[in-house]
Design a protein around this ligand. Structure first.
Ligand SMILES: C[S@@+](CC[C@H](N)C(=O)[O-])C[C@H]1O[C@@H](n2cnc3c(N)ncnc32)[C@H](O)[C@@H]1O
Length: 521
């Protein structure tokens, strides 16, 4: 047997053996999205909101499951999940950093401006850094430990797809053979896409990613679902004819230069997928799907994987969720999901994408909008007392003066007017103050014309009772819809008494500020 070894591998193996004895991590829910009045969805039929929080509680009781989005290092998150989800996850898809040595960006838009490449009202920020300063060994250790954890979480009938490219694909395949077993190898899928704007003439243009598909055992879920089929090639499509019964066929059969005479009947939906997927385009910037996240993967790629390897209500996890592609597709295909990302802005982008799922593409009829609300989900983070108030990494982003060092982090603040009448109350956001204006580049400052330009998202919990912020009303900017409602819809309280109202504002850098107001009705 071939053994693949590198420095530090032994430590990774020992780690799994010690799993049971290690420190137990705890996570707490920081935000819960049950059924908010969502201002970005153009209709006002949200009865749950109108009837107040009592209904929300009932809803919570009825739902035994809420999808989960974790903000944190997936190593810690998976160790936490093992306590409850050992062998419970039906599908894991993940798209880790590829060890490219580069940084990946996402784009922040400012204020009401529509996204356009020429617009100066953009700020490009580093989404995550993919530089492995201690070399490939550190990358291999990183992946090895995480793959071991994923194996523990994967159910006996489950499948795992690892999305990679030429940088690390060959190494990780050997790791997968070792961890999941050569016998459980399914495919090395080539996802080929047109490589636009590559200028090299020093080697051939690299234009595909690979997906390593392994299963946990030989008894795994794999569906022959017509919705995963590939379209026929243009050559076949051109040659297609219909017979008297309306069934499609083409002429084929002979290769010896004679006329092709046999009728080859085909299924209308296309062909069962090969392992080369060249029918799924990269996400283009002018689409609804695009989230401004440079490594975002197409929803149609996840659709094929999810429909093939899971059934309705199965549990899907993506521990490197980025802009939330896997979670969005899982939701639209009626699967349960768990997502995780270490970057706070990835969590923010995923959250807004999920909240806005109503306006996204329908998975079976791409030209239509999905048209359904997001189901309940919660956002969790590690439950550790904050030692120091950290300066958000946002300040290291491009557009901010790097030289200035901050020792303390002063929080932004905002002003709100709360209007009450009978059993109802509504909130109006009237100002936002950002304490670091002097640290921001002139170029960015120029584009901030009014205080509302700082704001990306705000939400209200009208009846807060715990640490958990329940989003009961929300307004946020998306790439296409740049408007922000500054006055909330009135909320109907069930009784005349005192309430604690929590308001959360998230600015364009992802800095969250929560303020509390006590009101008496
Ligand atoms: C290639 S991107 C994923 C893109 C995603 N598939 C999408 O469609 O948007 C990789 C993601 O992994 C996250 N990441 C890197 N290291 C991580 C870690 N240790 N734990 C959790 N997330 C991590 C990065 O923040 C980044 O968002």
């Amino acid at each position: 047997m071939i053994k693949f070894n590198w420095e530090g591998k032994r430590k990774a193996i020992e780690f799994l053996n010690s799993l049971e004895h290690e420190k137990k991590y705890e996570f707490k829910v920081i935000e819960s999205i049950l059924a908010p009045k969502n201002e970005n969805i153009e209709r006002d039929s949200n009865l749950i909101y109108q009837n107040g929080k009592k209904e929300l509680r009932n809803l919570k009781k009825e739902q035994s499951w809420e999808n989960q989005l974790y903000w944190g290092d997936n190593y810690v998150v998976m160790k936490f999940l093992i306590q409850k989800f050992r062998e419970k996850i039906n599908l894991i898809y993940f798209d880790p950093p590829f060890a490219t040595g580069g940084d990946f960006n996402y784009i922040i838009q400012i204020g009401e401006s529509e996204a356009s490449k020429s617009s100066s009202k953009w700020l490009r920020k580093t989404a995550y850094s993919d530089t492995w300063k201690e070399g490939f060994e550190s990358y291999l250790n990183f992946m090895y430990e995480r793959l071991l954890l994923m194996k523990e979480l994967l159910s006996q009938e489950g499948s795992i797809y690892v999305h990679l490219d030429w940088h690390m694909g060959h190494y990780i395949k050997i790791l997968m053979d070792e961890i999941f077993g050569v016998d459980n190898f399914g495919n090395e899928i080539i996802w080929a896409y047109p490589a636009a704007s590559v200028q090299t003439r020093r080697f051939f243009i690299r234009s595909f990613d690979i997906l390593l598909f392994y299963t946990k055992s030989n008894n795994y879920t794999f569906n022959d679902d017509p919705n995963i089929y590939m379209e026929y090639s243009d050559r076949v499509k051109k040659a297609l004819k219909k017979d008297d019964k309306g069934t499609y066929y083409y002429r084929g059969g002979s290769h010896n230069g004679k006329k092709l005479s046999q009728k080859v009947y085909i299924k209308e939906k296309g062909i069962f997928p090969r392992d080369v997927w060249n029918d799924i385009p990269y996400v283009r910037a002018n689409t609804i799907e695009y989230q401004g996240f440079s490594t975002q993967k197409p929803e149609r790629l996840l659709k094929r994987i999810i429909l093939a390897s899971t059934n309705k209500n199965d549990l899907i996890a993506d521990f490197f969720c980025g802009s939330g592609t896997t979670l969005t597709v899982a939701e639209k295909l009626d699967r349960r999901w768990i997502g995780c990302d270490i970057a706070k802005h990835a969590i923010h982008i995923s959250k807004k994408r999920l909240l806005d799922i109503y306006n996204s593409n329908d998975m079976f009829n791409w030209k239509n909008i999905y048209g359904k609300d997001i189901g309940p989900f919660k956002i969790l983070q590690i439950n550790e007392p904050k030692k120091v108030q950290l300066i958000p990494t946002e300040f290291l982003a491009k557009g901010i003066n790097h030289e200035i060092k901050l020792n303390t982090f002063e929080k932004p603040s905002f002003n709100v007017k709360i209007e009450k009448k009978d059993n109802k109350a509504f909130c109006e956001l009237t100002d936002y103050s950002f304490p670091y204006e002097n640290l921001i580049s002139d170029n960015l400052k120029k584009n901030i014309k009014k205080w509302t330009d700082w704001i990306d998202y705000w939400a209200i919990d009208f009846d807060n009772k715990s640490d958990i912020f329940i989003v009961m009303w929300v307004s946020y900017r998306t790439r296409k819809n740049r408007g922000l409602k500054l006055i909330s819809t009135p909320y109907n309280f069930s009784k005349k008494k005192s309430y604690k109202v929590l308001i959360k504002v998230i600015d364009i850098f992802g800095i969250e500020t929560v303020q509390k107001y006590n009101i008496a009705l």
